[in-house]
Each structure stands twice: as C-alpha cells, then as structure tokens.
Write a protein that binds this ligand. Structure first.
Ligand SMILES: CC[C@H](C(=O)O)C(=O)SCCNC(=O)CCNC(=O)[C@H](O)C(C)(C)COP(=O)(O)OP(=O)(O)OC[C@H]1O[C@@H](n2cnc3c(N)ncnc32)[C@H](O)[C@@H]1OP(=O)(O)O
Length: 305
C-alpha cells in the first residue's frame, strides 16, 4: 500500500505501522458506517484521544458564530476529544435560534490536516474505525443541515478529513496559501467523514472521481473553477474579517428569512420532490406576512405612488 508520504507519516508512523501491518488481520467488516449512532452516543475511547480543542463564539446581535479548530501544534489535526467537542457544538448550534451564519476556520497557518494520525495509529481495528466513521458522519451531516449559512474559511492545508470537513459547509473561501487534498485513497481508505458523497454532489461524478482517486492537490484557482470554492480571499486580509464581510451578501436579511431559505435548500437537496415541496410551502407560510415581508411590501408601495 503506497502510504501518503508526508513528513508526518515518514517521521512518526511508518516504522510503527510496518510492525502493525505484520500482525494485521484482514478485516472483513461489511459496510464501514452502518446507521449513524443515536444523537447522544459518545464513544468513550474518543475522549481518551485527547489534545486540541474546538472553540465557538456566538454573537446573538449579528447572528454570526465562528468555530475554530484549535490544535495549532498539529496544524489543527482532529483528535477524538475534538470530535466530541465538534458534536456538542453542532448540537448547540441546532438550538441557537438567533443564528444566521457560521464561519469554520483553523487556528494559525492551517485549516485542518484531517484526523490526528497518532490517534488513527491506535485505532486501526474495524470497530473503532466504524464508530469514528458513524460519529463523524452524523456530526458533519448535522453541521451541513444547520439552519444558517455556513462557510469554511480555508487559510492553509485542508487534507483528508480536513477536506471532508470543508465539504460540510455551504460555501468555501480560500486564501492563496490554502489547498484541499482528498488523500484517503493514498492512505488505503476512502473518505470516512461523508466527504466523498458531499464532494460528488458538489463537483459532479467525473471530477469527484478524479480528486478522490488521485488524491491530488486542489489549489484555490481550480477550486473556484470547479465550484468547490466561491472566493479567494485577497492576500493580507484578516481571514475572519474578510469572510464576515463576504457572508453579508447572504445574511443581511432578517434571521427568520435567512434560516427559511437554508431550510428550503436542505430540503430540496435531500428530500424526495413532494416532501421537499411540502417543506418549502411550510417555510413560505412561516415567513408570509411576517415583519420582513410587511416591511418590504410597505417600502415597495412607496415606490408606486
Ligand atoms: C477519515 C479521515 C482520515 C482518517 O481518519 O483516516 C484522515 O484524515 S487521516 C489524516 C490524513 N491527513 C494527512 O495524511 C496529512 C498529514 N500531514 C501532512 O501531510 C503535512 O503535515 C501537511 C502537508 C499538512 C503540512 O506539512 P508541513 O511540512 O507544513 O508541516 P509538518 O508536516 O511538519 O507538520 C507540522 C506538525 O503538525 C503535525 N501534523 C500534521 N498533520 C497531522 C495529522 N494529521 N495528525 C497528527 N499530527 C499532524 C506534524 O506531525 C508536525 O508535528 P511534529 O510534532 O513536528 O511532528
């Protein structure tokens, strides 16, 4: 198996992995991620894989939240502890009624290089692989469904699980030094956090197969060209400030309208057409005659005198 030869793996894991492979027994586990765990499943072994943090700030006045992957010594690699924190944060944001927008970013010079390889090395048995997969499937699916406009602000490498994480937001913006790389096939696996399905729906079958099977680097210009990214942040700009400004084109409306639009798009993406139309009608009724609607109609009446 051609290992993804990053300095990380050469230095840290190849010797250990070679020994491990010698003892390795082929796993014949069927589908890797069976049904996602119930909401409240918190695999205890994940919390034992410590290190790093996922921080969240929420501003009720603006409706903007900022989620920061905070493990800079490891370029924000995601530990088991961080996975559980991410799950808790997503559950918190599901209940945040003032939410309109979410920026997901990494601390320092990286977005996220995926799962912490030291943790991965210690969880190569199929049961823990399956449990991590199902936990992250649920967490990132719920993140993707949040009733607010989300954007990954990528200012550095987004690799492996990090590339999958950035497919779980509505938009992606990148700095010139950012890149995205789906390396899973080079590691002998396939995406384990749902990023393969989301990428295929984002860029189409042929491009997804190219990116997933080659594991090649996607630079900002190509990401914009193929519809994976929406904007390249000008060099020298503060990433969160620039992304906040960029987001305002989608979030300047009233909170209930921004949330209703996102709900319509989630339904249209995920539900059969009749159910999606019913959801759309439900959202329409929720905002019809509401403060934003009345205000806009009164304003437009002024133009008609
Ligand atoms: C389904 C998800 C999937 C899975 O769970 O199987 C994964 O996501 S597995 C992880 C896949 N990701 C990778 O293989 C990326 C590994 N990292 C790299 O290729 C490089 O670090 C890179 C390109 C991100 C940055 O390279 P650069 O030369 O700029 O920095 P270093 O390599 O020196 O890294 C600095 C520092 O960070 C540590 N690091 C980086 N990535 C990880 C990681 N994924 N897990 C743990 N630690 C990581 C690296 O070890 C260095 O720390 P040091 O103490 O100096 O060793």
């Amino acid at each position: 198996m051609a290992l993804f030869c990053s300095s990380v793996i050469k230095r840290a894991l190849v010797p250990k992995l070679t020994r491990k492979l010698g003892e390795c027994h082929l796993h014949t586990c069927a589908s890797t991620c069976a049904a996602a765990p119930p909401d409240n499943v918190r695999y205890s072994w994940l919390s034992a894989a410590g290190g790093g943090a996922v921080d969240l700030t929420k501003d009720d006045a603006s409706g903007l939240a900022v989620l920061t992957l905070n493990n800079p010594e490891r370029l924000n690699a995601v530990t088991g502890h961080m996975m559980l924190q991410l799950g808790d944060i997503v559950n918190d944001l599901k209940e945040w009624k003032n939410g309109k927008a979410l920026i997901v970013r990494g601390k320092g010079r990286s977005f996220c290089p995926g799962a912490d390889l030291n943790m991965v090395y210690n969880m190569l048995d199929s049961k823990q692989g399956r449990e991590m997969c199902s936990f992250m499937h649920r967490t990132l699916t719920e993140l993707h469904r949040l009733p607010l406009i989300s954007v990954a602000a990528i200012d550095g490498p987004a690799i492996g699980g990090g590339a999958e994480l950035c497919t779980a937001t509505d938009f992606r913006v990148m700095t010139e030094r950012a890149d995205i790389k789906f390396v899973q096939a080079l590691l002998g696996i396939v995406p384990g956090w749902g990023g393969g399905t989301r990428l295929t729906r984002l860029v189409g079958r042929t491009r997804a197969l190219d990116l997933l099977s080659s594991g090649r680097t996607i630079r900002p210009e190509e990401a914009v060209e193929i519809g994976l990214a929406s904007w390249i942040i000008p060099t020298g700009r503060d990433v969160v400030e620039a992304t906040t400004e960029w987001l305002q084109r989608y979030t300047r409306g009233r909170t209930e309208v921004v949330r209703a639009v996102k709900n319509v798009v989630v339904a249209g993406t995920e539900l059969p057409v009749e159910e999606a139309l019913a959801k759309e009608a439900e959202q329409f009724v929720n905002v019809w005659g509401g403060p934003a609607h009345v205000e806009a109609i009164l304003k437009s009446m002024k133009h008609k005198k």
